[in-house]
Ligand binder design. Structure first.
Ligand code: 5GP
Length: 193
């Protein structure tokens, strides 16, 4: 998606060899016009997939999940919660996720009442790196006997294996922008996505 690639190039910061910081428009401050376009682009790709629900992980996936769900006709968004919130209750599906950015594992939880058997679910997230977050969400969908229609991410880091693995499994994956490498703080983008 051209607008997203341009935003990454104009405002993204490369940290070390493998972290892309996009706080100014996606992860801390949110560019609403850009996120609206992101949602519309995701919805166009999954329009025929009869999506019942969009699933993401708090907090940074919620913005794109929300605009995608809105563009898909106001289907609900469910976001997996991190940590052991008392208000999530005990009747939950859980999965362990290793966080690339926090370098530690945590448990994600989704209330059983928000996913049901046969529900057609689109996973949306901000980044795809090693694929751990999406794997955790897929595990929750399997527990609920819900159906994964595909996954959409704003930014795929092509030098990490998550995207390749999902494609090899035959999962419909939409990446709106792909970062090929980070060199001396410079973010190297792939061409057209
Ligand atoms: P994965 O689970 O695919 O290894 O990593 C994806 C998750 O980690 C996303 O939910 C995202 O929040 C976070 N993440 C991974 N890489 C980056 C990155 O380079 N920058 C930012 N801001 N978040 C990242």
């Amino acid at each position: 998606m051209r607008e997203l690639r341009e935003a990454i190039q104009a405002h993204g910061v490369g940290i070390g060899k493998d972290v892309v910081k996009v706080d100014s428009f996606l992860n801390h401050r949110i560019d609403v016009a850009l996120l609206t376009k992101i949602g519309q682009t995701i919805a166009e790709a999954f329009r025929e997939d009869r999506v019942d629900c969009v699933l993401t992980v708090e907090a940074s996936g919620i913005a794109a999940a929300l605009t995608a769900a809105q563009a898909l006709g106001n289907v609900p968004v469910v976001f997996a919660k991190k940590g052991d919130h008392i208000n999530v209750g005990a009747d939950v599906y859980t999965a362990e996720v290793y966080s690339f950015t926090h370098r530690t594992s945590f448990t994600i939880r989704v209330s059983r009442s928000y996913l049901s058997e046969g529900m057609r679910v689109l996973i949306v997230d901000d980044f795809l790196a090693n694929g751990e977050a999406i794997e955790g969400l897929r595990s929750i969908l399997r527990q609920a006997h819900a159906e994964l229609v595909g996954a959409a991410v704003c930014i795929e880091k092509g030098f990490q294996p998550g995207g390749k693995r999902l494609r090899e499994e035959g999962i419909k994956l939409l990446s709106l922008a792909t970062v090929e490498a980070i060199r001396d703080g410079e973010i190297i983008m792939a061409g057209e996505d």
